[in-house]
Design a protein around this ligand. Structure first.
Ligand code: C2E
Ligand code: CA
Ligand code: CA
Length: 726
C-alpha cells in the first residue's frame, strides 16, 4: 500500500468518527429537548390543578356559607361558580395527557351532579321550597369534588415526579452514550496511531538508525518487515544500495588515502633525510666531518648561558693551529694537505674520547673553523689544569708521524686556551681570546700551548690599533722606504738596492715590517702598500739614475707579497709603474717567496712569464726555508735564488751548512740561476760564501738598510766592498 492510501484511511476514520459523534450528540440532544418540553407541560397542568383547587376551595366555602335564607343571587353566583369549575376542569381534562384520567372524570361527575343540584336549588329558592336537604346533599357533593380534586393534584404531582425522573435518566443516558462514542472514537484513533506508527514511523526510524549504524561501520543493512508501504520499501532498497555504494567508496578512498599516506611517509622520510643531511652540512665541515664554526659558536653560547646560571660550571676552549701546515700543503700538494687535516681530526677525536680527565666526554666539541684551525670545546671541566692536560695530550698524539700518500709527515700544533672565567659573555670573544693565546704560543716557538690572560688581550687590542693606524699610514702615505745595498761578489761593486718598507709610528716609534707586513697581508692592505713601495722605489731609482749616471747599471729589488701576485691586474700595475717612472724593466727585480709559487703554481707561472716579457727579473726570496726542491722551482722563470739569512747565520757555526750552500749554488748555476746571499754579517761568512761561488751578497757586513739620502752617497762614492775579503 502507498502512503497516500494510509493518509486517506486516517483522514476517513477521523472525519467519519467526528461526523458520527456530532450526529449522535445531535439526536440525543433532540430527545432531551423533547423530554424537557414534556416536563414543562406537566408542570403547567399541575399549576392548573392548583388553580382548580383554589377555585374549589372558594366554591366549597361559598356552598358552606349558603343557608336556606341566603339570597337568590347567592345561589345564582354559586351556580355560576360551579359552572366555571366545570369549564376549568373540562379544559384540564381535555388537555391532560399525563395525569390519570379516572380521578378527573370522577371530579367532573361530582361537579356535574353539583351543577344539577345547584340548578334545582336556584329553582327551589325561587319557588320557596325547603332547601335544607338539598343544601346538605350539595355540600356533601362539594366535599366529594374536593376530594377528587385532591386526588387529581396527587396524580399531577406524581406525573411531575415521573417526568423529572425521565429527564434525569435521559441526561444520564446521553452522557453515557457521548462517553461511549468518545471512547470508541479515541480507541479508533489509537488504532490509527498504532497502525501509522507500525507501518510508517517505525520503519522510517528503523531506516534512519540503520543508515546511522551503516555509517558507523555496521556490516549489513536490515530488511524492512512485510507490510510497510511501497515508498518505504523503495526508500529502504535505495538506502541499502546507497549505503553499499558509500561503503565501497569509503573502502576505495581509504585504500587511496592509505596509499597516499605511505607515499607521503616515504616522501617525509626522504625529505627528513635530506634535511638531516642539509642540517649536517650546514653545521659540519665537509672535509673532516667535524663541527663547523657556526655549530661551535652555538655550543659555546650554550656553555656561556649555563655558566651564567651555574657558578660551579666551568668550560674551556682550546684553539689549535697546525704548525707549518702551509709548508706541507705547498710542498706536498693540497691532496696530502687535506689528508693531513683529516688525520689530525681523527687523532683529536680519539685523543678526546680516551681522555679520562674529562667528566662529560660525549658533550665535548671538536670543530674545524678554518684551513688548519681546530677548536676543542671542553664542556664541564673540573679544574683549569684539565685543559692543559688535554692540550699536552693533543700535542703528544700530533707529534707521532703521519703516513700520507707515501710521505712521512711530521707536524705539531700551537694551542691557545681560554676559560669562561674571564668576564666573557660572547662566544666569538671567547674564541678570539683562545686565538690570541694560540698566537702567543706560535710566537713563543710553536708546538706548545698558552693560556689566555688579560695581558694578551691588551696586546691583541694594540695589534688591532696598529692595524687601524697602518691603514691610515698607507692611505696618507706616511710610510717610508729603506734601501739596503746589494753587492756583486765578483767585482765588489754595488749592483743595486733592496727597498724595504719602513713605518715610523707617531707614538710607537719605528715598527718592524715583520710586524706590519704580516698584518697588512692578513687584511689585504698589502696590495695598496706594495703598489706604493713599487712606485716609490722605481721613482727613486729613476732619480738616482738621472742624478748620478754611472757606467754599470743600478737596480732596485722590491718584495712582492703573494696577495699582490694573485691580484688580477698585477702585471699591468708593474707595467704602468715602469712606464710612468721610465725605468728599464731589467733594472727592476721582484722578490717572491716559495709560498707565492706553491699556492697556485699554474696561474703564477703565467704571471711570471708575462713579467719576464717586461724584462723584469724574478728573485726567489728566503730560499731554503720551504719544502720545495730546486728542480721543481726550475720550472718557473726564476733568475736569482736568495739564500735565506738563517742559513748564513748557522753557516759560520757549522761547516755542514757551507756544504749545503755550496750544493745549492752549484745546482743553481747549472740551472742557469744566480745566487744572492742575505744576512751577511761577518767577514768570515763573506769569505765562505765567496768561496762557494755566491754571486751577490747583502747584509749588515756591507750596510744596513738606509734612507735614500744615505744610499745616494754610497752610489756616488762607489766603494769597493771586497777589499778586506780579498
Ligand atoms: P726580507 O725580504 O728577507 O728582507 C731582508 C730583511 O733582512 C730586512 O728586514 C733587513 O733589514 C734584514 N737584514 C738585512 N741584512 C741583515 C743582516 O745582516 N742580518 C740580519 N739579521 N738581518 C738583516 P726588514 O727590513 O725588517 O724586513 C723584514 C721583512 O719584511 C722582509 O724580509 C720582507 O719579507 C718584509 N718586507 C719588508 N718590506 C716589504 C715590502 O715592501 N713588501 C713586502 N711584501 N714585504 C716587505
Ligand atoms: Ca726580500
Ligand atoms: Ca729574505
Amino acid at each position: 500500500m502507498r502512503i497516500h492510501h494510509h493518509v486517506s484511511i486516517i483522514l476517513f476514520v477521523a472525519i467519519a468518527g467526528a461526523i458520527g459523534l456530532a450526529l449522535a450528540v445531535g439526536l440525543l440532544l433532540g430527545g432531551l429537548e423533547r423530554a424537557a418540553q414534556e416536563t414543562g407541560r406537566v408542570s403547567e397542568q399541575y399549576h392548573q390543578v392548583r388553580m382548580l383547587l383554589t377555585d374549589g376551595q372558594e366554591l366549597l366555602e361559598t356552598i358552606n356559607t349558603l343557608t336556606s335564607d341566603s339570597a337568590q343571587d347567592s345561589f345564582v353566583i354559586m351556580n355560576h361558580a360551579i359552572e366555571r369549575s366545570v369549564l376549568g376542569l373540562a379544559r384540564f381534562h381535555h388537555s391532560s395527557l399525563l395525569v390519570e384520567a379516572q380521578p378527573v372524570e370522577q371530579a367532573l361527575d361530582a361537579l356535574e351532579t353539583m351543577t344539577e343540584q345547584s340548578r334545582k336549588l336556584v329553582l327551589s329558592r325561587a319557588s320557596g321550597l325547603p332547601l335544607v336537604d338539598e343544601l346538605e346533599r350539595l355540600r356533601a357533593n362539594a366535599a366529594m369534588y374536593m376530594t377528587r380534586l385532591d386526588q387529581v393534584e396527587t396524580a399531577a404531582g406524581l406525573a411531575i415526579g415521573k417526568q423529572d425522573q425521565v429527564l434525569v435518566q435521559r441526561r444520564k443516558l446521553i452522557m453515557l452514550i457521548i462517553g461511549l462514542i468518545c471512547v470508541v472514537y479515541l480507541a479508533a484513533m489509537e488504532r490509527v496511531r498504532h497502525w501509522t506508527t507500525r507501518r510508517l514511523i517505525l520503519p522510517v526510524q528503523k531506516l534512519a538508525s540503520a543508515a546511522m549504524k551503516a555509517m558507523e561501520g555496521e556490516e549489513s543493512f536490515p530488511r524492512l518487515e512485510q507490510g510497510t508501504t511501497e515508498e518505504l520499501n523503495t526508500l529502504a532498497r535505495v538506502l541499502s544500495s546507497f549505503v553499499e555504494t558509500l561503503k565501497s567508496r569509503v573502502r576505495e578512498r581509504t585504500a587511496q588515502v592509505e596509499r597516499q599516506k605511505e607515499h607521503l611517509e616515504r616522501e617525509v622520510a626522504v625529505r627528513r633525510q635530506a634535511e638531516e643531511q642539509l642540517r649536517h652540512a650546514a653545521f659540519h665541515d665537509k672535509l673532516t666531518g667535524l663541527c663547523n664554526r657556526d655549530l661551535l659558536l652555538d655550543r659555546l653560547e650554550r656553555c656561556i648561558e649555563r655558566a651564567r646560571r651555574n657558578d660551579d660550571y666551568k668550560f674551556s676552549v682550546l684553539f689549535l693551529d697546525v704548525d707549518r701546515f702551509k709548508e706541507v700543503n705547498d710542498s706536498l700538494g693540497h691532496f696530502v694537505g687535506d689528508q693531513l687535516l683529516v688525520a689530525i681530526a681523527d687523532r683529536l677525536q680519539r685523543c678526546l674520547r680516551s681522555s679520562d680527565t674529562l667528566a662529560r666526554v660525549e658533550s665535548n666539541t671538536i670543530a674545524r673553523i678554518g684551513g688548519d684551525e681546530f677548536v676543542v670545546l671542553l664542556d664541564g671541566i673540573k679544574a683549569r689544569s684539565d685543559a692543559s692536560v688535554v692540550a699536552q695530550r693533543i700535542q703528544e698524539v700530533l707529534a707521532e708521524p703521519f703516513h700520507l700518500n707515501g710521505h712521512e709527515v711530521f707536524t705539531s700544533a700551537s694551542i691557545g686556551i681560554a676559560f669562561n672565567e674571564i668576564e666573557c659573555d660572547k662566544a666569538d670573544h671567547l674564541l678570539r681570546d683562545a686565538d690570541t693565546a694560540m698566537y702567543h704560543a706560535k710566537a713563543a716557538g710553536k708546538a706548545r700551548h698558552e693560556v689566555f690572560n688579560k695581558q694578551m688581550h691588551a696586546e691583541a687590542m694594540s695589534r688591532l690599533e696598529l692595524g687601524n693606524d697602518l691603514r691610515r699610514a698607507v692611505e696618507n702615505q706616511e710610510l717610508g722606504i729603506a734601501y739596503q745595498p746589494i753587492i756583486c761578489l765578483k767585482t765588489g761593486r754595488l749592483t743595486g738596492f733592496e727597498g724595504l718598507a719602513r713605518w715610523e709610528h707617531p707614538q710607537r716609534g719605528i715598527i718592524s715590517p715583520v710586524k706590519f707586513i704580516a698584518h697588512a697581508e692578513e687584511t689585504g692592505l698589502i696590495v695598496q702598500l706594495g703598489e706604493w713601495v713599487l712606485q716609490q722605489a722605481c721613482q727613486q731609482l729613476r732619480a738616482w739614475q738621472e742624478q748620478l749616471p754611472r757606467d754599470r747599471s743600478l737596480s732596485v729589488s722590491v718584495n712582492v707579497s703573494k696577495r699582490q701576485v694573485a691580484e688580477p691586474g698585477f702585471v699591468e700595475v708593474v707595467q704602468q709603474v715602469l712606464n710612468s717612472t721610465g725605468i728599464d724593466g731589467r733594472d727592476l727585480k721582484l722578490e717572491i717567496t716559495e709560498t707565492v709559487i706553491m699556492e697556485n703554481p699554474d696561474s703564477i707561472a703565467e704571471v711570471l712569464r708575462r713579467l719576464k716579457e717586461l724584462g723584469v727579473e724574478i728573485h726567489m726570496d728566503d730560499f731554503g726555508t720551504g719544502y720545495s726542491s730546486l728542480s721543481y722551482l726550475h720550472r718557473f722563470p726564476l733568475d736569482v735564488l736568495k739564500i735565506d739569512r738563517a742559513f748564513v747565520g748557522t753557516m759560520s757555526a757549522n761547516d755542514d751548512y757551507a756544504d749545503v750552500v755550496h750544493t745549492v749554488v752549484s745546482l743553481a748555476h747549472t740551472l742557469n740561476m744566480q745566487v744572492t746571499v742575505e744576512g751577511v754579517e761577518t767577514l768570515d761568512q763573506l769569505v765562505k760564501l765567496m768561496a762557494v761561488g755566491c754571486d751577490y751578497g747583502q747584509g749588515y757586513y756591507f750596510a744596513e738598510p738606509m734612507d735614500a739620502e744615505a744610499a745616494k752617497k754610497i752610489i756616488s762614492s762607489e766603494p769597493q766592498w771586497l777589499k778586506s775579503a780579498a
